[in-house]
Design a protein around this ligand. Structure first.
Ligand code: DI6
Ligand code: FE
Length: 402
């Protein structure tokens, strides 16, 4: 199949967006066989050409950081915060992450599939073709495995590739409130090996923060992950600068996420590894944070920047990657080009996926056709969904082209 007469944002090369004004993409066996200017399209294939009417074609979008699977709902806490309660006080009173832990432990696997499917559908409508989903609302071995199974199941029942991360080190469960060392031990010696054995996690994540895991505790989790051959990621420098990102860089992390409080020293550390900086403007917005991530330093040191929804019931109930792109531009000063790169090429890097995120020969044919003329149109509006069609592994799985 030749997708012809498209404005191509290939996200390759040095041109902004890797733009090809009048392009075509040849897809064979689910892969991109050729992409380039329309007049150079391989002649023998043009018989099966689909005219896309000059519209924009981009790589499938990748949401590289979500907590999509969880039980219950925290709308009550949103309301409490707007009535003056602080996020930390709600957490101390047994709310916050721990209230979602209770609800997730109680929920049956099918219920979790059901509620997560609705949220997933919101993302897919806007052209998401790959999503990362974390555990971290079970904390005990059984519920963490249940969450990861639900995540895997979503990948089997929807037109999306699901990548999973085990986030046992999200917070300390109530039953280990007074024995943090024992919980870290459970994560490293019991949960991680069981999850690795069942092949339920593609990576291991942790929340390194004053209110969560210390740098020393985080390092124990990383060491255990490394022993099992699993790559790592880290929620780092969200509310303070503990040096978590530096530790993550030493372990050659796939990504460090949030990083509002990261300083230039920390940026230099991650610039020396393959680590991607993942910005999460949804959490910044909902928590009304003031500290901006070090975008200028990231650019200066050429650290790849990705952006993601951080979809979760507490700090980022954001179900739109397009909205997140807009927030990254308006709140963090990213350019629309950086925003699109952040949900395509760089989001793929943040997940360690080399086969997607750009339009180039040999890569997976995950593509989105937009009712838009320019790639800059994607980050510009709020609440408009210009997605016309989604192509996954070379097949149209949503919308239509004609
Ligand atoms: N950082 C966050 O912003 C979320 N998790 C994390 O490690 C918060 C999750 C929640 O409030 O449920
Ligand atoms: Fe998160």
């Amino acid at each position: 199949m030749l997708f012809s007469h498209v404005k191509l944002a290939t996200m390759t090369g040095v041109q902004p967006y890797g733009l090809i004004a009048d392009g075509a993409v040849l897809v064979e066996d689910g892969r991109i066989a050729w992409a380039g200017p329309r007049q150079d399209a391989p002649r023998e294939k043009t018989g099966k050409a689909v005219d896309c009417g000059g519209r924009l074609l981009t790589p499938g979008l990748i949401d590289c950081h979500t907590h999509l699977v969880y039980g219950g709902n925290r709308a009550n806490e949103f309301e409490m915060r707007l009535n003056g309660a602080a996020y930390a006080d709600i957490a101390k009173a047994g709310g916050g992450i721990l209230s979602t832990v209770r609800a997730t432990r109680e929920a049956a696997e099918d219920e979790l599939v059901q509620s997560a499917s609705v949220r997933l559908e919101s993302l897919l409508r806007e052209g998401v073709t790959t999503i990362e989903i974390k555990s971290g609302y079970g904390l005990d071995v059984e519920t963490e495995m249940k969450m990861l199974k639900v995540a895997r199941k979503l990948g089997e029942t929807h037109f999306v590739d699901v990548v999973t991360s085990y986030l046992g080190a999200h917070t300390f469960p109530a039953e280990y409130r007074d024995d943090h060392a024992a919980y870290v031990d459970l994560v490293c010696a019991k949960a991680l090996p069981a999850i690795a054995e069942a092949k339920l996690a593609d990576a291991v994540d942790a929340f390194c923060e004053g209110i969560a895991f210390s740098v020393a505790e985080t390092e124990k989790v990383f060491a255990a992950a490394k022993k099992l051959g699993l790559p790592i990621k880290l929620h780092a420098e969200q509310l303070s600068n503990l040096g978590g990102a530096k530790l993550a860089a030493r372990y050659d992390a796939l990504s460090v996420d949030h990083i509002e409080y990261l300083d230039e020293d920390g940026v230099e550390a991650i610039a020396r590894s393959r680590t991607v900086a993942v910005l999460l403007p949804g959490a910044f917005y909902y928590l009304k944070e003031k500290q901006h991530p070090p975008v200028a330093a990231l650019r200066k040191h050429k650290v790849p920047i990705a952006i993601a929804t951080d979809l979760n019931p507490g700090s980022s109930p954001v179900h739109s990657l397009l909205t997140t792109m807009n927030m990254a531009c308006v709140l963090f000063g990213l350019t629309p080009e950086e925003a699109l790169r952040g949900v395509t090429a760089n989001a793929a890097l943040a997940l360690g996926l080399k086969d997607r995120g750009r339009i180039a020969p040999g890569l997976k044919a995950d593509l989105v056709l937009w009712n838009a003329e320019r790639p800059g149109d994607l980050a510009y509006p709020l609440g408009l969904n210009p997605c016309a069609a989604v192509i996954r592994d070379g097949a149209i799985v949503r919308g239509q082209i004609g």
